[in-house]
Every structure is written in C-alpha cells, then in structure tokens.
Design a protein around this ligand. Structure first.
Ligand code: FES
Length: 123
C-alpha cells in the first residue's frame, strides 16, 4: 500500500514568525524536508503531497496521513526540521505497511509522540 502524506505548505515557521529568515513558511520547510527524506530512503510506499492549509493552523506544522480503507491521522505541532520529517516518514511507512492502519505505540518514532491531533474514520 502507498500512504498519502499531505503536508500543509503554509503553516507558520514558529508561533512568533510566519516565515524564516529566507521567507519560507514552516510548512514549506517541512514539506521540503519530508520530500528529501522520502527520496533519500527511496520510500515508494509514501506519496508526499502538498496542501495549502489543513485548517489546523494553531497546531503548526500540520500534516494529514491517509491510505485507502484505513483511518486517517492528523498530527501537528511539528518543528519544520529534518528530525520531524524523519519521524513523519518513519510513521507513514509503518502505517502504509499496516493492513488496518494501526501502528503499535511501541513502534512509534519518538518524534511522533505528543503530536497527534485527530484520528479520522476511513473514507
Ligand atoms: S496554514 Fe497549515 S493548517 Fe492552516
């Protein structure tokens, strides 16, 4: 299965600043980092997509993870860093490999803990 990892490209860089010194949003930085991790790992089980605002703006940076027939997840409150991207991609790959979308807590990447906002019913 291939999971869709949809990254909000417009999330703030920080609570204080909408963009970094280069004018990039936090969402754009996280999207670029996630894309780089997926490419480096050759992770064809994760498809990275971009969306302008997931309506979780107060929980920047936010992403949406979904796969056919599985509950979806809306995690957020990430720093737009490589560490966050690695945690997201690792979780997305576990999710993609899971037949029912359930990833045992003991297998969660440390960087995912405390970041889940919602688990949504499968469409
Ligand atoms: S700007 Fe990212 S969720 Fe709204």
């Amino acid at each position: 299965m291939t999971a869709r990892l949809v990254v909000c490209s417009t999330c703030r860089f920080s609570t204080e600043e909408p963009t970094d010194a280069a004018g990039l949003s936090g969402g754009r930085r996280l999207l670029d980092a996630v894309s780089a991790v997926v490419e480096a790992e050759g992770a064809d089980d994760v498809r990275v997509e971009e969306q302008v605002c997931l309506w979780a703006c107060s929980s920047h940076c936010a992403v949406y993870l979904t796969d056919a027939g599985k509950p979806a997840y809306l995690p957020g409150r990430f720093d737009p860093t490589v560490d966050s991207a690695q945690a997201l991609v690792a979780f997305a790959r576990l999710y993609a490999a899971s037949p029912d979308g359930a990833v045992a807590y003991r297998n969660w990447p440390e960087g995912m803990k405390g970041h889940f906002i919602a688990r949504l019913p499968a469409p």
